[in-house]
Design a protein around this ligand. Structure first.
Ligand SMILES: *Cc1c(COP(=O)(O)O)cnc(C)c1O
Length: 397
């Protein structure tokens, strides 16, 4: 019998421990494993190569992403960086122009030193992608929806294009998770995750995951995981496994609230624009609807000129003002000074990441409490300049 995703989160091969029936995966701390004989080694020998707790997480994510094999790393960047080691000197990467800052840094400042070249492209425009292909293009690297403008890339179309020139497709699925989007079913070769975000969901662990579809590619990644050695620790693997159990219910709740908030912001006089793939006015709405099961719980919005961003942020009581996303608590971030601070201002503005853009990851708070909080903060922010002028003229008198 094949169960729905929601049920699979709880009822999978790691539902109970086979040795004693425990309903929580045991944490195996051992770094090494006794071998019974000089020429018969057991399944486990050394903790970097394999560990039963980490393996439980790796099998669970492979099952959820419909892949053949999963890999757990010490961070999302460790998963992404190790996967880039599948490339060789002389290879070329085509990569989303609004990719995660850490990935941007890895490709432009590290891989470039090893003879792997790259081109940043607008992955939502298939003609731009086709025009950027080089004879040595070996990898298409996608993030969809993108950060922070939530642009939607057609995974099937890009994967088909990649296959036609014998290149691989990697998809960073951090924003949606397999609860909403399954890139391997759409033709991608490798799915990557910062499990720090929605998968674990509680802002209490840094972790990364990768899932391969083709067994040969999986074997090559297993070799690299062991060679590079950036594996996930067992306590952290357990925290991700625990977070995963509530993934569906957390996302369902957060998406409902994100939809309501997006409509609220869209109508508000102090807001210039809202970016959320769940709005019918979003350019990627139809595609998002076709390739994913929902819009996700991250949205961005821009304040109108004359609405004071500092007053707005300082007046909010509920959301945490921080980097990161995908947690039980709502997280507000300011891309210009946080995730995209390393980008030169001209590049940033060219990509539409203005100085009045804010990104919100919607958590599990009562949505009307969130709206009331945004309402009072927007009111103060919209009147801040008038207030400053009043005080200034008052001082003159
Ligand atoms: C956070 C994030 C990463 C990096 O993951 P870490 O766990 O912080 O190393 C990669 N991609 C996306 C989309 C992210 O949001």
């Amino acid at each position: 019998m094949s169960y729905s995703f929601q049920t699979k989160l709880l009822h999978n091969q790691h539902k109970v421990d086979k040795s004693n029936g425990a309903v929580s995966v045991p944490i195996q701390h051992a770094s090494t494993f006794h071998q019974s004989d000089i020429d018969s080694f057991g399944k486990y020998d050394y903790g970097r190569s394999a560990n039963p707790t980490r393996e439980a997480l790796e099998e669970t994510i492979a099952h959820l992403e419909e892949g053949t094999r999963g890999f757990a790393f010490s961070s999302g960047m460790a998963a992404i960086s190790t996967s880039f080691l599948l490339l060789s000197q002389g290879d070329h990467v085509l990569i989303s122009e609004d990719v995660y800052g850490g990935t941007y840094r890895m490709v432009s400042e590290v891989l470039s030193r090893y003879g792997v070249t790259h081109t940043f492209v607008d992955m939502t425009n298939i003609d731009s992608v086709k025009n950027a292909i080089q004879p040595n293009t070996k990898l298409f690297y996608i993030e969809t929806p993108s950060n922070p403008l939530l642009k939607v890339t057609d995974i099937s179309a890009i994967s088909a294009l990649a296959k036609s020139i014998d290149a691989l497709t990697f998809v960073d699925n951090t924003f949606l998770t397999p609860a909403l989007q399954k890139p391997l079913e759409l033709g991608a070769d490798l799915v990557l995750h910062s499990a720090t975000k929605f998968l674990s969901g509680h802002s209490d662990v840094v972790a990364g995951l990768a899932v391969a579809k083709d067994p040969v590619l999986a074997e090559r990644l297993a070799f690299l995981q062991n060679s590079f050695g950036a594996v996930l620790g067992v306590q952290d693997a357990w925290l991700v496994l625990r977070g995963l159990k509530t993934l569906h219910v957390r996302l369902e709740q957060s998406i409902k609230s994100a939809n309501k908030l997006a409509h609220y912001f869209e109508k508000h006089a102090a807001i210039k624009s809202v970016y959320f793939p769940g709005l019918t006015t979003h350019p990627g709405f139809t595609l998002q609807h076709r390739q994913a099961q929902g819009p996700g719980a991250v949205l961005s919005f821009e304040l109108k000129d004359g609405v004071d961003l500092r007053t707005f942020v300082n007046s909010l009581e509920i959301p945490v003002f921080a980097v990161s996303l995908g947690a039980v608590e709502s997280i507000l971030s300011f891309p210009a000074k946080m995730s995209h601070a390393a980008m030169p201002e001209a590049e940033r503005l060219k990509r539409g990441i203005s100085n009045s853009l804010l990104r919100l990851s919607v958590g599990l708070e009562q949505v009307d409490d969130l709206i009331a909080d945004f309402d009072q903060a927007l009111h103060l922010a919209a009147n801040a300049f008038t207030e400053q002028r009043r005080v200034y003229h008052g001082n003159l008198r």
